[in-house]
Design a protein around this ligand. Structure first.
Ligand code: ADP
Length: 375
């Protein structure tokens, strides 16, 4: 039997925790507030009671005897503390926690038709209500990060299937000897193009996974000018293909609080986009300058630019804008740029370039917290 604690405060959970850390699973239904606001408190209470019933039924099936479930009336939170006896010696693994959370979350969301945010974290005995409250925030934040990562990898995984299927199809046709020999070079060329597409997707995947592991990298510094030169070398073949002139401004060297790999990644993504979306036979300008305590990198092109209405959205994962039509891509590059810049304590924005196209501007910190100037 699951012990359901329905009308007590968060410190009831704190009080009931067994020795040692205990996984706390959190489900939040953010729409409760909207329902109360739009349809009144009675309607919200009705939905809350129905959700509580679903939560208990789903929990009964998913958790072990001795685990605790908690919901405070009027709150949008539903908690499970995995305190079952016998688990004190061995903590439930992250997979156990995620499995229970997935099962209960999916049941609640399916049966209630409402959006459910989920997450889990470990809480210590005697943390008190304030500790549990903070743990709820930590769990939901971690859940959001895990969801973002899961969505990212499942999208990439899904997209990898298409080129893979097409390569396999061409190779099998050639091996079976069914194809007109005159078409063989064309088939092989298409298969080669598809492998390049797969490589690009895998690069994106790698970049993204490396980013999440690079907490240490935040303490490192790099010389931006050297990274600009390296990035230009990487994208030069594409620039030549489109007849675009790459111009790097000669300004005094500037350092940024960012590791060299991340800086290179950020610059390649921006310069590659400027070449990809810029005018055929046009110009791309790259410039890095110190500005107060910041290093500011600008990448300008003379393409069609970006509509003001799209300027925030394009930094989202898997978002492609109006200009993406007929150009290869997956809407990953700018999401990675934003993540790199923000993790380093900087920011990225887009504007109209004096060249007529888009101007991407990244501001990165140049000073360590202790006030040591790196530029
Ligand atoms: P992708 O290029 O694969 O679509 P990105 O995340 O790099 O993904 O870019 C997101 C969108 O932003 C693109 O689809 C495109 O519409 C727009 N964009 C990016 N850079 C430029 C640019 N220099 N000029 C015009 N549009 C751009």
């Amino acid at each position: 039997m699951v012990s359901a604690i329905n009308s007590c405060a968060l410190d009831a959970v704190a009080h009931a925790l067994s020795d040692g850390p205990v996984p706390l699973l959190v489900l939040r239904l953010p729409e409760f507030e909207r329902i109360a606001w739009r349809e009144g408190k009675r309607a919200a209470r009705r939905v809350e009671r129905a959700t509580l019933r679903i939560f208990h039924e789903a929990s009964q099936r998913a958790v072990r005897a001795g685990d605790l479930t908690l919901h405070e009336p009027g709150s949008d939170l539903f908690l499970i503390a995995m305190t079952a006896r016998g688990r004190a010696a061995r903590l439930p693994s992250p997979v156990d926690c995620r499995t229970v959370l997935e099962r209960v979350g999916a049941a609640v969301s399916l049966d209630s038709g409402l959006r459910v945010e989920t997450g889990w974290t470990l809480v210590q005995r005697n943390e008190g209500a304030a500790g549990i409250d903070a743990a709820v925030g930590t769990a939901l934040e971690r859940g959001a990060r895990e969801r973002e990562r899961y969505e990212f990898f499942s999208t990439i995984g899904h997209e990898l299937r298409t080129p893979l299927t097409s390569i396999r199809g061409y190779l099998e046709t050639l091996l079976d000897g069914d194809a007109d020999p005159a078409l063989a070079p064309q088939f092989l060329e298409t298969a080669r193009r598809e492998t390049l597409r797969m490589a690009r997707l895998l690069d994106g995947m790698l970049e993204f996974s490396l980013l999440d592991l690079s907490a240490d990298a935040l303490a490192q510094t790099c010389q931006l000018n050297a990274q600009i030169d390296a990035a230009c070398e990487v994208v030069r073949p594409l620039a030549q293909l489109r007849g675009i002139t790459l111009r790097v401004a000669t300004s005094p060297p500037v350092n940024a609080l960012l590791d060299a790999d991340a800086a290179l990644q950020l610059l390649i993504n921006l310069i590659e986009n400027a070449i990809k979306y810029g005018r055929e036979g046009g110009v791309v300008n790259v410039d890095a300058q110190a500005s107060g305590a910041e290093a500011v990198v600008r990448v300008d092109d003379d393409g069609p630019g970006i509509d003001p209405a799209e300027r925030d959205a394009i930094f989202g994962l898997r978002v492609r804008g109006a200009q993406s039509f007929a150009r290869p891509g997956h809407g990953i590059g700018l999401a990675i740029v934003k993540m790199i810049a923000e993790r380093a304590g900087g920011a990225v924005r887009v504007d109209r370039s004096p060249l007529g196209g888009a101007r991407f501007e990244v501001a990165l910190p140049t000073k360590a917290e202790f006030g040591i100037s790196l530029s």
